[in-house]
Design a protein around this ligand. Structure first.
Ligand code: HEC
Ligand code: HEC
Ligand code: HEC
Ligand code: HEC
Length: 206
């Protein structure tokens, strides 16, 4: 093959690559807005994208017209939003055109792995605590760069309140010993043991 034919071929492959990437807009986070606190210790987030049932969203949405009309969705998204007390809808967090991406308060595309940037748009105080380690959980790398859980690891974005759960049973006692009966709920209440003066005066009158 002559040199200029090879060049043309290289150029064609390169152009094909370009148009493929144009059809598949990157989901990488565009960060024109907030990009973290400079003095917060470095971290990486435990990835979650692989756990999403519907990702990549373009499997279906590539063939659909984006529809911003606020409405109750049919299959496959029978999601009841229990977040924001009806003040916002899906598109507060999901990008309308680039469906494989989330969306920041400024309308920038945010990768699903960077969901904490979306949450922080409305929960900046909580997010700041998280950046500095006072909210959330560090899971690896006690020295060096921390690895931490994303907000979505613990909070369901569509229903973010943490569900109450039953407490774990207390640890067993050593062989030969009996568990002391220390259930605080069975005991006489403090105010029953020490009635206030008004209460004792009232019971004197009876
Ligand atoms: C199996 C196909 C399928 C997949 C995969 C899918 N969707 Fe959808 N999506 C739909 C259909 C169908 C509708 C329209 C439902 C309606 O109008 O009631 C829809 C509607 C929506 C809407 C409402 C806005 C609009 O443009 O209609 C949002 C937001 C949405 N999807 C987000 C997502 C996200 C985010 C993902 C990926 C995590 C995803 N979808 C993956 C089928 C899919
Ligand atoms: C407060 C922001 C927010 C709102 C509002 C919101 N989402 Fe999401 N959604 C997210 C985030 C963040 C994720 C990624 C969750 C994760 O990592 O587990 C997600 C995940 C999803 C997924 C993928 C779930 C999976 O397991 O594959 C679908 C589909 C989806 N959202 C659709 C919707 C639809 C439809 C609405 C409106 C009815 C909506 N979302 C409203 C933030 C939001
Ligand atoms: C567009 C603004 C907005 C975004 C984005 C947003 N939230 Fe919220 N969130 C709210 C509002 C408003 C409330 C209070 C109303 C309510 O309780 O739903 C709230 C409530 C909450 C609560 C308390 C819920 C409860 O039941 O006590 C949690 C936890 C929460 N959000 C977590 C998140 C997480 C995690 C994200 C990112 C995936 C996120 N939020 C993104 C606006 C937002
Ligand atoms: C390791 C798990 C974990 C991670 C990660 C996490 N949270 Fe939380 N978050 C909690 C728990 C537990 C609570 C307390 C819930 C309760 O009291 O019902 C909470 C409480 C909250 C509340 C207050 C809810 C209320 O009722 O006042 C908000 C808002 C919130 N988180 C947002 C976030 C945001 C934003 C992120 C990411 C930047 C995040 N969380 C990361 C576990 C987590």
């Amino acid at each position: 093959m002559s040199a200029d034919k090879l060049l043309t071929l290289v150029a064609m492959v390169w152009l094909a690559g370009l148009s493929a990437s144009a059809q598949e807009p990157s989901t990488a986070t565009e960060s024109a807005g907030f990009s973290g606190y400079a003095d917060a210790p470095a971290f990486s987030v435990v990835p979650r994208k692989d756990e999403l049932e519907f990702y990549p969203c373009k499997q279906c949405h590539e063939f659909m017209q984006p529809d911003a009309t606020v409405r109750e969705l049919r299959s496959p998204h029978e999601i009841t939003l229990e977040h924001g007390a009806d003040r916002f809808w899906c598109l507060a967090c999901h990008h309308l055109e680039n469906r494989n991406a989330l969306r920041s308060a400024m309308g920038e595309a945010v990768d699903f792995e960077d969901a904490y940037l979306v949450c922080g748009g409305c929960h900046a105080n909580r997010q700041k605590d998280w950046y500095y380690g006072a909210h959330g959980k560090r899971v690896a790398n006690w020295r060096g760069q921390r690895q931490i859980y994303n907000c979505t690891h613990c909070h369901n974005a569509h229903k973010p309140g943490i569900e109450p759960r039953a407490p774990k049973p207390s640890p067993g006692v050593r062989a030969g010993l009996e568990r002391a009966d220390r259930d605080p709920h069975k005991k006489e209440k403090l105010w029953e043991r020490h009635p206030s003066q008004e209460q004792s005066a009232a019971s004197d009158e009876q």
